[in-house]
Design a protein around this ligand. Structure first.
Ligand SMILES: [Zn+2]
Length: 75
């Protein structure tokens, strides 16, 4: 019994990060707005969070302490 009720799912690909927005072309050079992941290498950018950067690929995270304001989180 072959089930022929296969509905083609509409492709809704929502990319969380728009790559072109991470670059900024200045003359002949391209400046990267975000930091790249030290583990994945260049091309993989760290996602910005409140006070940390995280890599969506390998899960690398980097704390960003702009000030001496570290609040211990209790989970
Ligand atoms: Zn990474």
């Amino acid at each position: 019994m072959a089930d022929q009720k296969e509905q083609p799912k509409p492709e809704t690909r929502k990319s969380a990060v728009k790559i072109h927005e991470l670059y900024e072309v200045k003359g002949d050079t391209v400046e990267r707005k975000n930091k790249s992941c030290p583990k994945c290498g260049k091309g993989t950018f760290l996602a910005k969070h409140k006070n940390r950067l995280t890599c969506g690929k390998c899960g690398y995270s980097e704390m960003q302490t702009s000030k001496d304001k570290e609040e211990p989180k209790k989970e």
